[in-house]
Design a protein around this ligand. Structure first.
Ligand code: SAM
Length: 293
């Protein structure tokens, strides 16, 4: 099951019309801290409308991948003029990449919609070159609010138990230790964790200047060794598996049929897989791997 954002007003409803300047700012601090600043090819998995795309300025190629074509079209309106960008409609469970073609990857505010975390991380790990990095953000079930609600018996699930909690359909919170195990089981080596958004309280947002909030958050992010109790956690992991020469591939050659994993050749505005018989729409910088034509 996929949490479908097709046609959603995510950008306006969630970011523009809501009071989330603080969250956006401290996520940027965390991403800047963790993401290697330069590189060849980066993919943002579940990029939505490309909210964080300006942080990828140091990369030669940027792939914004999302299941929602409409959000990607919004991203293209903003970033389409920049030849470094490609917009890829695809499902994280069936990625259209050859192995090891990415030098860096990010996934922010997405894995909380993913029911099969292991499968998604396995797909992403295969697309990343050995020794290259993934910055993954996840929603933390062991956060201060959940801990206090549980202590006051206002919440029936324990924030300390390891299994994910699905608090609404296809919306999961994860325990940091559980997420570490998932990363490691799928070939990643976890290198850093940042505790992000501790000050996510409406009362604070009303009373404290945003600059001060972000300053304090930036300090609190570095306290993760004392225990992570923030609502959001950013992680940096390295692909610890094997050798791969995918990074030598360029242009359309980085893509594979998401159905079979086999190579594609270009025919006008179509990518054709002769081996599995599928055809995929690929016009300009916009690639559609959601369903074959
Ligand atoms: C909450 S939005 C986050 C967007 C962006 N990362 C940000 O932080 O602004 C979640 C995004 O994940 C995408 N998504 C969810 N499940 C997906 C899947 N299986 N494959 C690809 N994208 C997916 C949605 O389409 C949506 O754009």
């Amino acid at each position: 099951m996929i949490c479908d954002y097709e046609g959603s007003d995510y950008k306006t409803r969630f970011w523009k019309n809501s009071d989330r300047v603080y969250e956006d700012a401290c996520e940027r601090v965390a991403l800047r801290r963790l993401l290697p600043p330069h590189g060849k090819r980066l993919a943002d998995f579940g990029a939505g409308f490309g909210r964080l795309a300006d942080l990828y300025a140091g990369y030669d190629e940027v792939i914004l991948l999302d299941y929602s074509r409409s959000l990607l079209e919004e991203a293209q309106e903003h970033w389409g003029h920049d030849p470094r960008f490609r917009f890829v409609a695809a499902d994280i469970y069936h990625l259209p990449f050859a192995g090891g073609v990415l030098e860096a990857a990010t996934m922010v505010r997405v894995i909380h919609h993913i029911a099969d975390v292991s499968r998604a991380l396995g797909e992403i790990r295969r697309a990343i070159a050995p020794g290259s990095h993934l910055v993954l953000e996840f929603a933390n079930k062991r956060n201060l609010k959940a801990v206090s609600r549980f202590a006051l018996r206002r919440q029936d699930w324990s924030p300390f138990s390891l299994e994910p909690v699905e608090f609404a359909t296809l919306n999961f919170d994860f325990h940091p230790r559980w997420m570490r195990r998932q990363l490691e089981a799928n070939g990643f080596r976890l290198q850093r964790m940042l505790a992000v958004s501790y000050l996510r309280w409406s009362a604070l947002k009303r009373s404290m200047p945003i600059k001060a909030m972000v300053y304090v958050d930036a300090l609190l992010q570095l306290t993760s060794r004392l225990g992570v109790l923030s609502p959001s956690v950013f992680t940096l992991s390295e692909n610890a598996v094997g050798m791969d020469d995918g990074q030598e591939l360029s242009g359309d050659a980085i893509f594979r049929s998401p159905l079979s994993g086999l190579p594609l050749r270009r025919d006008g505005d179509t990518l054709v897989c002769d081996a599995d018989g599928t055809r995929w729409h690929a016009q300009g910088a916009f690639y559609d791997f959601k369903e074959p034509m």
